[in-house]
Design a protein around this ligand. Structure first.
Ligand SMILES: [Zn+2]
Length: 267
């Protein structure tokens, strides 16, 4: 299996395969928001375990009820015992034994490994053995902050999904923050040309633009950006940006969004 990382919207893609019954046996999810990733995965597990023939998850059947109370015996989450501790080989061996025991419910079993990157080298090697002879009806999901911290032999046996985008790093945020500061300054100076130049050069990424707009708004409200904005002009800009942020979820064309940002900042 080639190592291709599928970026963005991994929940939608995995949901489709869950519904079609083509969910991969081993998945790596690279996401800096581990809690959110677990929540997404538990939802998908519920979808696959639900007994309903019509609407899944039905939230009523035995499987759904157990999933909602966190007591489903076929869904196990392994995580480091405490912060900064590693996941050790014994814990992976336990999973290996357990995974070969057929589910009492007769359905699929799930093993979710949280912070998979803290598996020791021995633990990772033991995990490879499980993947080499995968038990029937078992799905392994590894959640990690960076896929590069897992052995290539694990990566090559899993489908890799990433919830990260290029700016999803502290460094990326700092860059957006600086850009937002520059744009806010030009807005205060009424420098139309520079506003248009900077906004036009931003990446065609909805999340990026939303974050940028929020940061510009923050600058205009909280920081003194200089220039000579009158109270009215400043209120108008702030209101315009507020309105803009609300429509980001709508499926508006990216170029149109950029034009709206420019329009909100030009007096
Ligand atoms: Zn159900």
């Amino acid at each position: 299996m080639s190592e291709t990382v599928k970026r963005e919207g991994y929940t939608d893609k995995l949901m489709m395969s869950a519904e079609r019954g083509t969910f991969p046996h081993a998945v790596i999810i690279e996401d800096t928001n581990c809690e959110k990733a677990i929540e997404n995965i538990l939802f998908l597990a519920k979808l696959m375990l639900c007994d309903s023939k019509t609407k899944k998850p039905c939230e009523k059947c035995g499987n759904c009820v157990k999933m909602n109370s966190g007591s489903h015996t076929d869904v196990k989450i392994l995580k480091p015992e405490k912060a900064f501790s590693s996941i050790k080989i014994d814990e992976i061996r336990k999973i290996r034994e357990d995974a070969h025991i057929v589910s009492l419910e007769g359905g699929q079993k799930f093993y979710i490994i949280e912070s998979a990157e803290v598996m020791t080298a021995e633990a990772q090697n033991a995990f490879i053995k499980i993947l080499e002879e995968p038990p029937r009806n078992v799905i392994f999901i590894l959640i990690c902050s960076s896929v590069s911290k897992l052995l290539p032999t694990i990566r090559s046996r899993c489908q890799i999904y990433s919830g990260k985008t290029d700016f999803d790093t502290a460094q990326g945020n700092e860059e957006i923050n600086k850009l937002a500061g520059d744009i806010a300054k030009f807005a205060a100076l009424g420098d139309t040309e520079n506003i248009m130049r900077l906004v036009a050069a931003t990446p065609n990424d909805r999340n990026y633009l939303k974050l940028l707009t929020e940061m510009i708004l923050h600058k205009l409200i909280r920081e003194s950006v200089g220039g000579e904005l009158s109270q009215n002009e400043s209120t108008e800009m702030i209101d315009g940006l507020h309105d803009l942020i609300k429509i980001f979820e709508n499926n508006i064309n990216i170029n149109l969004l950029k034009c709206r940002i420019m329009a909100a900042l030009i007096r």
